[in-house]
Design a binder for this molecule. Structure first.
Ligand code: TXA
Ligand code: MG
Length: 348
């Protein structure tokens, strides 16, 4: 299949918006920009189209998709028993990097929810994609646009790397401003539960909701056979071809540890302050140690960039858990299959 490319920088490019929307309405697949990562979109009411998303990605059949809607009011179309907390969150954080898990109505195809009685819904903060969804007049089911297991795409080039020739269209709407996927909160649990840390910090969720439980799968690997609440959390994810080791702790200490353990073809993901400390290595800075927004924007590109090089092992410095650090650290640790070296206060 020949993939059609659109460059849409503004929702005023009405002809292109209509053309992209028509592809979705007709059951096609389109790579679409969002503020978090690029998504692989299909008409979320068309089970067959949604099925093709799974094929194109090589996505396991038990991993449900998020429905993207243009405004909170659309929640009523696809969800039932919507708690007041959902409206409060939508009011405060939508459009934005927050996905809510709610009870679904029967009009949501099983292909989207993989048979669950809940559905994940979000309103993305990207003017081009909002215009496409409105023009299509249907909710857009979209996982991240990467091949299953690879780092999520944060620009149209990443989408092209993974999906060129496999899908009908890719809409280039510029690089993603957030860079990690949405925060997922389950509002069907007695206490709201964080299923995936993401572009909206946990602290912000707690400021609106009060207590928010953090699912175990966010912080640690699952036990063999353990069933995660977000099915996607059980898969190896975000992984470059070379194995990753995350080194967590204070920056100077982690840089020293990495330096002492360098091999011949080592790649290093580090904070900007330390980039000169790994001579002879392929080094990718993800921004200043203080700047977690920048780290979020750059982490997936850094992970991707080692594929096609001769790097055989990757070390990564890792931020602490505050703010966006929780999401960045989670992506790095998942990329590492939770292979983490913790350097506490006492380590030299
Ligand atoms: O930022 C994002 O959320 C991006 C952009 C494209 O919107 N999308 C995204 O989708 O990250 P995906 O499919 O890569 O990740 C969705 C996660 C998966 O881990 C899936 O298991 C979980 O959401 N999920 C979806 N529906 C769910 C449900 N009803 N209950 C629990 N988890 C659900
Ligand atoms: Mg994904």
């Amino acid at each position: 299949m020949k993939t059609k490319y659109f460059h849409i920088t503004s929702p005023d490019q009405e002809e292109d918006i209509r053309a992209a929307a028509a592809i979705l309405r007709a059951g096609g697949l389109a790579g679409i920009p969002t503020e978090t990562v690029y998504g692989l979109g299909a008409n979320g009411l068309d089970g067959a189209a949604v099925g093709r998303i799974f094929q194109a990605k090589g996505r396991p059949q038990d991993n449900p998709l998020i429905l993207h809607i243009p405004e909170a009011e659309w929640l009523r179309r696809y969800c039932k028993n919507i708690p007041p907390a959902a409206w409060r969150l939508a009011e405060r954080f939508w459009p934005g990097p927050l996905t809510m898990i709610l009870q679904r109505k029967v009009n949501v195809p099983n292909a989207v929810t993989c048979g669950l009685d809940t559905v994940g819904v979000r309103c993305p903060d990207h003017p081009v994609t909002l215009a496409i969804i409105r023009a299509a007049g249907v909710p857009v089911a979209a996982p991240s646009g990467n091949l299953s297991g690879r780092p999520s795409p944060t620009c149209a080039r990443h989408m092209e790397e993974d999906m060129d020739g496999k899908i009908d269209a890719i809409v280039d709407g510029g690089p993603c401003g957030v860079g990690v996927e949405s925060t997922i909160v389950d509002l069907t649990a007695p206490v709201p539960r964080l299923l995936r840390p993401g572009g909206l910090p946990l602290e912000d969720l707690r400021a609106v909701l009060g207590e928010v439980a953090v699912d175990r799968a966010v912080l640690s690997p699952l036990d063999p056979g353990e069933k995660p609440r977000a099915p996607g959390m059980k898969y190896r994810h975000y992984a470059p071809r070379a194995p990753v080791t995350v080194v967590s702790g204070e920056g100077r200490r982690t840089a020293r540890y990495i330096r002492r353990n360098l091999g011949d073809h080592t790649g290093v993901i580090c904070f900007e302050e330390y980039r000169d400390q790994f001579p002879g290595c392929q080094v990718r800075s993800i921004g200043s140690a203080q700047d977690r927004g920048e780290q979020a924007r750059r982490v997936f590109d850094a992970l991707r960039s080692f594929d096609g090089t001769d790097v055989t092992a990757i070390f990564a410095q890792c931020p602490g858990d505050g703010g966006l650090g929780l999401a960045v650290a989670n992506r790095l640790k998942k990329a590492a299959g939770f292979q983490v070296v913790e350097l506490g206060e006492g380590t030299p």
